[in-house]
Design a protein around this ligand. Structure first.
Ligand code: UTP
Length: 298
């Protein structure tokens, strides 16, 4: 069955980023740089590759640098043009967004991810939409969202990106109870936000890529606070697993996930992206070898 195309993506970036304090006192987490690009640029590139045309950011106070990042830098472009630095000019221009392609919505209080998505409800009509959390970075040959959109074109409904996590880490994720275990696309029976390991039905966790039906936004209209006193997106999606609802599938994507919302995850991503950077890889590898050799000596 062919489904309505997914052309809009919501990027919730209104969180407080407390795990990166004091840096996030003045820098939005999503602007922090992974090798040479801010996290949000990786998210935008992934969305564009998947055919997204409209980019909706849910922001909050103190995220001005993020909005500035998407302005066209005319003065800088002119200088690079005058200096004939064509490669840099092309690089800079590749980050320019079309006029009118970006919308910003404010979340006035950090009431949770579900509430952030709900804040964008008026920009979504009767159509499926994507959600991307920029602090979940995924390295893959085919961008994760594109993989999901291909699955969505066949089965429709709600699709959440999923991966196995160590059983003792379930309380950091939305955890899925799936009907079948084989294959990459699994029907979800239910999902729960951050269960303790003893209460978790599996170790299959949701990470920050979703394709959702507008019915999830309706569920959020009536949402009450859940885990951690926040309005949880997981709860609103879970309602769609019920009878005569739009249905939810977990998609085990191909690729490597980095939790850049945590310090260790950010460091891992930096090493991994540094080692696959065309200009840096060799020298960086040599540097890492000397560091590791030194650690072994000590
Ligand atoms: P996180 O759980 O990583 O929270 O949110 P956070 O505030 O960004 O970071 P910490 O935990 O304090 O360090 C996951 C995603 O949901 C967004 C965040 O911006 C991030 O992209 N979010 C979260 C909102 O937009 N609003 C909220 O109220 C909560």
């Amino acid at each position: 069955m062919s489904q309505k195309e997914v052309t809009k993506a919501i990027f919730p970036v209104a969180g407080m980023g407390t795990r990166f304090l004091p840096a996030t006192k003045s820098i939005p987490k999503e602007i922090m740089t992974l090798v040479d690009r801010p996290l949000v640029q990786y998210a935008i590139d992934e969305a564009r590759a998947a055919g997204i045309k409209e980019f909706i950011f849910v922001t909050s106070r103190g995220k001005g640098a993020l909005e500035d990042y998407f302005d066209h830098a005319h003065q800088l472009e002119n200088q690079l043009r005058e200096r004939k630095q064509t490669d840099l000019l092309a690089l800079l221009q590749s980050t320019n967004m079309d006029s009118g392609a970006i919308a910003y919505v404010r979340q006035h209080r950090a009431l949770g991810l579900g509430h952030a998505i709900w804040c964008a409800r008026r920009l979504i009509s009767d159509e499926p939409f994507a959600v991307i959390l920029p602090d979940d970075v995924i390295a893959s040959d085919t961008p994760c969202l594109q993989q999901m959109i291909e699955v969505h074109a066949n089965i429709g409904g709600n699709i959440v990106a999923a991966m196995r996590v160590p059983p003792e880490r379930t309380s950091s994720y939305g955890i899925l109870d799936v009907a079948d275990e084989a294959g990459r696309t699994l029907r979800v029976r239910s999902m729960v936000e951050k269960p303790l390991p003893a209460a978790a039905t599996s170790n299959l966790a949701v990470i920050g890529r979703y394709i959702l039906t507008p019915s999830v936004l309706e569920n959020l209209d009536n949402a009450t606070v859940g885990t951690n006193d926040e309005i949880q997106l997981t709860d609103a999606i879970n309602e769609e697993t019920g009878p005569r609802k739009s249905g939810v599938h977990a998609f085990r994507f191909q690729g490597q996930h980095f939790d850049c919302g945590s310090k260790l995850g950010f460091l891992r991503a930096t090493v991994s992206f540094g080692l696959s950077h065309p200009q840096l890889a060799n020298e960086f590898l040599e540097y890492l070898k000397t560091v590791i050799a030194h650690v072994h000596e000590v």
